[in-house]
Design a protein around this ligand. Structure first.
Ligand code: M6R
Length: 611
């Protein structure tokens, strides 16, 4: 979603800001713009569409500014047009603002500005309200810092924004409310941004800005102030992601790179949490036997792919630890007044750690007394910071909008957590735990084995890429894998696809099966195999194209399937980590054959920081 970049230093700001915006492209956007402090004037340039459009529009202009702000907008209020793109300026043109979030009371503020101050709005956005409020306050001879502070008190909603003012050279003032903001500590220059990716090539020390904090950046200082305007002293955080981590590294797309990084990512997640004796350790997470005795239910809450990881987490925790688990999508959970108290363990799952619905659900559960543990990829993200304990996935940066390695590492965290809790409350034996851990440790090699056979998936996609609809079916853990496989396909190939528990087919959905339908039948669970076999027979009777996904050795499935995809033999419990890989590859190749924009699919954002 919207991305903010700011730079103040001694180098030409335009290039640095545009380069930064490019690094934020993966978040999703539909227009881009910059504001520069050019001499004693604020200069704003903005364009609908890609950053390339903006660059083209300003190609003939020379800018000398060394301070500026930039923005990629993902439209919420008002269509993606040049006029609605950020930055927005105050009526007198002295102040420019970029914003990430939604100002809920913007209509009320707009009417007040129109009536009481004669402001004429130029855009349909909520953001312009910020620029106009700052402009009105500035006319009362207030400094930019005072204006930002006062403006932050009258708005409601999510409003992280950055502003520059032509009366205050070399200065950016920014405020954070509910959407992410970090400040980067450079050498003779300073930065601010929505996430760390634009900054990796310049620095490795950042400040995580908290909700309600304001920052004032000049080339040689970053000052941070709290909600009462008092200075805040905080430690910087060392960033250990490298520039290479956030580059394609020879792959055609980030998604393919990230799919191929899964053996390494899974190995890293396991390595961080297993000791030499193959026991799970949760260093940094204080979950004692007594804590556990106090917990009578677990709520797992997340969105999209992370929710699908939660579904598998439920199965694992209930099986390994015998504690009842509910899984909910965050946008529902936060508004359904969930039954939560101090005996609830709330688990938030989020790659970005910035998904607004997940964050709000976390706050809801916390306010009711729940203990909060999060499974998060981005270190220092909002979800991580607001949790009592964090189980990092250590997947490295995930740039493609379609989540792949974040999902598999979220699953690994679920296995480790479920095993840990299961041993703590003696629900499983040490022998069983060791057996599962031995299987988990084989996963990186087995995932690699699946990746080494990706050409068969590619050939399949070459034949099927123009199909209109694809169904995914499975039972038990495979039903959750089906949901994730289906989401992957629809989000990047735009093929109409949905997933259903195979046993539900006969209750309605089988009516849709016809010869043109492709059905991916996932049958990796040995004890459910005969049931899946019967479901596949039923589909075959309706002449659909059936791709069965099974463990190696199920030769009988070939008799009733059009195609077969295989994963290495493994314990049923760990099969989801392998089964998802050919499905990720299938989605990737289908989308590639269709010529789609794989890393940045239409209408989607990597980090969903608004409702
Ligand atoms: O950053 P999060 O894990 O909280 O994001 C949740 C979803 O928005 C995300 O998983 C989304 O569904 C992906 N595009 C799926 O590939």
């Amino acid at each position: 979603m919207c991305g903010i970049v700011g730079y103040t230093g001694h180098q030409p700001a335009k290039e640095i800001i545009i380069d930064g915006l490019r690094k934020l492209e993966y978040r999703g956007y539909d227009s881009a713009g910059i504001a520069l402090l050019e001499g004693d004037h604020v200069v704003v340039r903005k364009k609908k569409g890609k950053i390339a459009n903006l660059e083209k529009a300003i190609a003939g202009e020379k800018f000398y500014a060394t301070t500026g702000i930039g923005h990629t907008r993902w439209a919420t209020h008002g269509a993606p047009t040049d006029g609605n793109a950020h930055p927005h300026i105050s009526q007198d043109g002295k102040i420019a603002v970029v914003h990430n979030g939604i100002i809920e009371n913007y209509m009320e503020l707009k009417e007040k500005l129109e009536k009481e101050h004669g402001i004429t709005f130029r855009s349909e956005t909520d953001t312009e309200v910020i620029a106009q409020i700052l402009g009105v306050l500035h006319q009362e001879k207030k400094s930019l810092q005072e204006c930002v502070y006062e403006a932050s008190k009258v708005m409601k909603g999510a409003y992280t924004f950055a502003a520059i003012c032509e009366d205050e050279p070399d200065r950016i003032v920014a405020f954070r409310k509910d959407t992410p903001l970090i400040a980067g500590i450079g050498d003779g220059c300073n930065f601010l941004a929505s996430d760390v990716t634009p900054l990796l090539k310049y620095l490795d020390e950042i400040y995580l800005i908290d909700n309600g904090e304001m920052i004032v950046c000049t080339p040689d200082r970053i000052e941070i102030f709290d909600e009462d305007g008092k200075p805040v002293h905080k430690d910087s955080l060392h960033v250990n992601w490298s520039v290479e981590d956030a580059q394609k590294g020879g792959y055609q797309h980030f998604m393919l790179k990230e799919i191929n990084e899964q053996p390494k990512a899974v190995s890293e997640t396991l390595g961080r949490r297993l000791d030499d004796g193959n026991h799970v350790h949760l260093d940094g997470i204080s979950l004692t036997k007594e804590d556990l005795a106090n917990i009578n239910k677990i709520d797992i809450v997340a969105c999209g792919t992370a929710y699908h990881a939660g579904l598998i987490g439920k199965y694992l925790i209930e099986k390994f630890a015998g504690i009842p688990v509910e899984v909910d999508v965050a946008s529902e959970y936060r508004y359904r007044d969930p039954l939560v108290d101090e005996h609830t363990l709330f688990i938030a799952v989020s790659q970005s750690g910035e998904t607004l619905d997940t964050l709000m659900s976390l706050r809801e559960a916390k306010s009711k007394g729940a203990r909060v543990l999060s499974i998060v990829n981005v270190v220092g993200s909002s979800v991580a910071r607001e949790s009592d304990d964090v189980f990092y996935t250590w997947a490295g940066p995930e740039i493609a909008v379609a989540s792949t390695k974040a999902y598999t590492t979220q699953l690994i965290c679920m296995y480790l957590l479920a095993l840990y809790i299961g041993r703590l409350n003696d629900h499983i034996t040490e022998e069983y735990s060791q057996k599962v851990i031995a299987e988990l440790k084989q996963l990186p090699d087995k995932i690699q084995d699946v990746l080494d056979h990706s050409s068969s998936v590619e050939s399949m996609a070459k034949l099927l890429y123009n199909r209109q609809q694809v169904f995914y079916i499975g039972r038990g853990l495979d039903a959750s894998v089906a949901y994730e496989g289906s989401l992957k396909l629809k989000e990047i190939s735009y093929i109409n696809s949905f997933a259903i528990a195979a046993g539900e087919l006969k209750h309605g959905t089988i009516a849709l099966i016809e010869p043109e339908t492709t059905v991916i039948a996932i049958a990796t669970q040995d004890f459910l195999y005969p049931k899946m076999y019967s479901n596949i027979e039923e589909i075959r009777a309706r002449h659909a194209h059936i791709i069965s996904l099974v463990k190696k050795g199920h030769e009988d499935i070939r008799k009733i399937s059009t195609d077969v995809l295989e994963i290495p033999d493994c314990m049923d419990e760990v099969a989801p980590v392998l089964a998802i890989v050919p499905l990720q590859l299938f989605s990737y190749y289908m989308a590639r054959e269709r010529g789609e924009n794989i890393d940045k699919p239409r209408n989607l954002a990597k980090s969903v920081t608004v409702e």
